[in-house]
Design a protein around this ligand. Structure first.
Ligand code: HEM
Length: 229
């Protein structure tokens, strides 16, 4: 749970930092005036080209992410089963209730994050959600098109708040699983978990708010080219 959680946490943090490019507007790159976010999307698809064909590195990263996600869910099942068996041995009812509350809330918030992820991929990767004209590779246009719908923006805000609660609990117990569990720096463990969750919360929730308030917007100076993949 801890190791796959660490990989997923790394992705969420890197993805949030990458999405900050949405604030940078139009820039010139290789003679093309386009949104910085779109250049970034193209660059991710072109990683290590021409050493390797287009999309190869991106797909290797995607497979790593899918594997980490699958193993994370698998560990959740194994842990739940172990919990169920070991709960029978608890003598103090209070410990039992506290432990169960934390693990149960992780399971529910995790399932909601999974539902959000499917919605998010359908929205901004596959372009299946109606309401705006999706264009492959046009990251800035797609984000502005999708999140300028207040209902979609609220879904993103609520889901990302839930994700941050999940990350706080997850990071806190992850540090423990990885051995950082000494009374003299347990307060640091909590502080670090709060800081991580807060940075991700503020970053991710800022995007729908910035689109609704026109801080992230479209610029006629952009000359977006569509890409495949
Ligand atoms: C408001 C916050 C977020 C915004 C604005 C956002 C934006 C985007 C955009 C624009 C893409 C498509 C990129 C492209 O086609 O080049 C994308 C892909 C993706 N996002 Fe997000 N995202 C957000 C939060 C999240 C979160 C919290 C997660 C994970 C829980 C996540 C997981 C993914 C995944 C897995 C992909 C597919 C990456 C790929 O193509 O390999 N996103 N996101």
């Amino acid at each position: 749970m801890a190791l796959t959680g660490l990989m997923l946490l790394g992705f969420v943090l890197a993805h949030m930092i990458g999405n900050l490019k949405l604030y940078l507007g139009v820039v010139e790159h290789n003679g093309l005036n386009d949104y910085d976010a779109n250049h970034y999307g193209h660059a991710l698809r072109d990683l290590l080209v021409p050493i390797l064909p287009r999309l190869v590195v991106l797909w290797i990263m995607r497979l790593g992410l899918i594997t980490a996600f699958g193993l994370h869910i698998h560990s959740m099942y194994s842990l739940s089963r172990m919990n169920l068996l070991s709960n029978k041995k608890y003598t103090s009812k209070r410990d039992w209730i506290a432990a169960n509350f934390a693990s149960r809330s992780m399971r529910y918030s995790g399932l909601l994050v999974l539902a959000y992820l499917i919605f998010h991929l359908a929205d901004l990767t596959w372009g299946w959600i109606p309401g705006y004209e999706f264009e492959q590779g046009a990251v800035q246009e797609n984000v502005v098109g999708s999140l300028s719908n207040p209902i979609v923006a609220i879904i993103y805000i609520v889901a990302n708040a839930l994700l941050s609660i999940h990350i706080f609990h997850g990071a806190y117990s992850m540090f423990q699983s990885l051995g950082i569990n000494n009374p003299s720096y347990n307060h640091l463990r909590k502080g670090l978990a709060i800081a991580l969750a807060l940075v991700i919360l503020i970053g991710n929730v800022s995007f729908p708010i910035a689109v609704l308030t026109d801080v992230i917007s479209l610029d006629p100076a952009a000359l977006t080219v569509a890409v495949e993949g």
